[in-house]
Design a protein around this ligand. Sequence first.
Ligand SMILES: NC(=O)c1ccc[n+]([C@@H]2O[C@H](COP(=O)([O-])OP(=O)(O)OC[C@H]3O[C@@H](n4cnc5c(N)ncnc54)[C@H](OP(=O)(O)O)[C@@H]3O)[C@@H](O)[C@H]2O)c1
Length: 272
Amino acid sequence: MMEDGRIEQGLSQEQQLRDDGSDVVFKIALWGMYLVAALMYFATTRISAPFGRHTRRGWGPSMSAREAWIVMESPALFVTALVYHHGQHHLDVVPHVLLRLFQLHYIHRCLVYPFRIRNDGKVMPILVCSVGFLFNVHNAYLQASWISHYGDYAASWLTSPQFMLGVLLFLLGFGVNIWADSVLLNLRTDGLDKSYKIPRGVLYEYVTCPNYLGEIVEWLGWGVMTNSWAGFAFFLCTLANLAPRAAAHHQWYLKKFSDYPPSRKALIPFVY
Ligand SMILES: NC(=O)c1ccc[n+]([C@@H]2O[C@H](COP(=O)([O-])OP(=O)(O)OC[C@H]3O[C@@H](n4cnc5c(N)ncnc54)[C@H](OP(=O)(O)O)[C@@H]3O)[C@@H](O)[C@H]2O)c1
C-alpha cells in the first residue's frame, strides 16, 4: 500500500525509524541535529560568528577565507557521495533526484562561490572553519542516509503536489541566494577593495539579507520535498544560524551608514 507515494507499505516516518532500531548512529545523528539547531540558536543570538564584517581578534589562528569556504563546505560533496552510494535505495529515481538537487547547491557553494568572493587577504578563524566542517560532515551523513537508505520513496512521489512545492521553494531560494550574493560581490571593484557599500534594488529595498532569506527558503523547500525529520532539522539549523546573523548585519549597517534606508528590515520583508 502506498498512501502518498513516498513511503511504501504505508509506514510512517516514525514507524520506520522505530523498526530500524538497530541503527543507533542514524538516530543519534537525527536527534543530535535538533540539539545542534538549539545550541546554534543559543550561540548565534549571543555571539556573531567572527568572519566577514564580524571578524575580530581573539579567535585563534586564521586561514584564507576563500580556502576556508572550500574546506568547510567540502564534506557536503564527498561525505554525501560516499554515504549515498551505500544506501539500499541509491539506484532509485527519487533518491537520485534529491541527491542531484542537494549537490547542485553544494557544487555552487564549495566550488563556485569561493572563487567569486572579492576579499583578497581576508581570513577566517580555523576554529570557525572546523566547526563548519564538522557540521557539514554531520549533516551530509544525515541527509544522504535519509534519502538513500531510510527514506523509502515511490517514483510517484515526484509528481505529488508536496514534492513539486518543495522543488519550487528550493529552486526559488537557490536563485534568490545566488542573485543576492552576486549583488553584494559586485559592490566591490576587485579583491583589493575591502569597502562596504549599501546594496540597493529589488529585494534589497525590503531586507538587508536577501541572500540569507533565499538560503532559508531553499532549505525549507528541502524539508518539504523530502518530507522528513532529517530535512526539517537542516532547515531549522539554517534558520537558527542565519536569522540572528541577519539581525547582526542589519545592526552593523545601521551603525555604519547614517543614510541606511530606515524602512528596510533584516530578513523578512515588513516583519523582521
Ligand atoms: N546554510 C547556512 O547555515 C549558511 C551559513 C553561512 C553562510 N551561508 C551562505 O553563504 C553565503 C555567504 O555568507 P556570508 O555570511 O559570508 O554572507 P555576507 O556577509 O552577506 O557576505 C557575502 C559576500 O559579500 C561581501 N559583502 C557583503 N556585504 C557587502 C557590502 N555591503 N559591500 C561589499 N561587499 C559586501 C562579503 O565580503 P566580506 O566577507 O568582506 O564581508 C562576502 O564576500 C551566503 O549565501 C549565505 O547564505 C549559509
